[in-house]
Design a protein around this ligand. Structure first.
Ligand SMILES: [Zn+2]
Length: 314
């Protein structure tokens, strides 16, 4: 059996996974992310050695160490240009990690690792052209063209959440007005839900929030599924933003499959059926060629580790 090792760096934890030839994660480890960059890289290396050691493996048994991290990574130099989540700015991540590992070290953005993981072992297995949209606190994304990751110049491209949906629209966290993220993220859905609740005190959503403590991305979906007409309208409008965003990506890339990941995708068939219902409206030449497969991602949080483990194939 041959093994691979992948690391998923987050703002609060660093996760390590050893992946076998069948793409199962056979050993895991998670450690808290320390407060400085240098300490974090040491903690990462310690966690990798501890995890592979438990399997009786040596680092030389692995083709590479693959890392997924939030932020923008220059693929040429392995420098992390900038990361919101960890507050690291222009740090030599690859150089620092090469002090610890005698095998090749590859670093990619975490959203890109997730789409790679899905293409290797998840919902996009066997597909050559893949787009993934991750609908969470923000809107992340990844592009695979001809089986290879497309990250753009300096690794700062493929920011699918920061394509503009509305000219001079709602301000996005990135500073650009009207981004897809400002309408299609869970954060945006919460804003849209609160607006509808204020305008319609009779909506079941108000009762839902009393029972559940606060507005979350689930509120409108739960109430719409239970038959509340106001919640259903919130969801339909929210899904129209997602479908419009997917349509624009389909019109540019025409992938074989579009994957939907992130917390919002847990709404399952109720969400997916509504997306499918709106796709004809936003797809170029729909009458002639229809639109590609659109499915939920299947690996959840493991996608990032599995994708990172295959960094040498990206
Ligand atoms: Zn933006």
């Amino acid at each position: 059996m041959k093994y691979r090792v992948g690391v998923d760096i987050g703002g609060t934890t660093i996760k390590v996974g050893v992946v076998d030839e069948n793409n199962n994660i056979v050993k895991r480890c998670a450690v808290d992310t320390p407060d400085t960059f240098e300490k974090s890289m040491k903690a990462l290396a310690d966690a990798v050695y501890a995890t592979i050691g438990e399997l009786g493996l040596k680092i030389e048994d692995f083709p590479c160490v693959g890392i997924g991290t939030p932020g923008s990574i220059s693929s040429e130099t392995g420098r992390l240009v900038f990361s919101n989540n960890t507050n690291w700015k222009d740090v030599p991540m690859a150089e620092e990690l090469r002090k610890y590992f005698p095998v090749p070290v590859f670093i990619n953005n975490d959203a890109n690792c997730a789409v790679m993981g899905e293409a290797v072992a998840g919902a996009a297995k066997g597909r050559k052209h893949v787009i993934m949209l991750t609908l969470g606190t923000g809107v992340g994304g990844g592009i695979i063209i001809n089986g290879k990751l497309f990250a753009g110049g300096d690794g700062v491209g493929a920011e699918l959440g920061h394509t503009v949906l509305f000219h001079d629209g709602y301000p996005c966290t990135c500073g650009i007005p009207g981004c897809l993220e400002a309408y299609a993220s869970a954060t945006a859905l919460i804003r849209q839900t609160k607006e509808a609740m204020a305008a319609h005190p009779e909506s079941a959503m108000n009762k839902w929030v009393e029972e559940n403590g606060k507005v979350s991305g689930r509120c409108a979906f739960d109430c719409a599924m239970a038959g509340d007409p106001v919640a259903n309208e919130v969801v339909d409008t929210y899904v129209s933003y997602i479908a419009n965003g997917i349509g624009s990506l389909v019109n540019v890339f025409r992938p074989e499959i579009v994957l939907i990941g992130g917390g919002i995708s847990n709404s399952g068939d109720f969400l997916m059926n509504k997306i499918h219902a709106q796709m004809p409206k936003y797809t170029f030449a729909y009458d002639v060629v229809g639109y590609p497969a659109i499915e939920r991602a299947t690996l959840g949080n493991d996608a990032g580790i599995i994708g990172a483990a295959y960094s040498d194939q990206m």
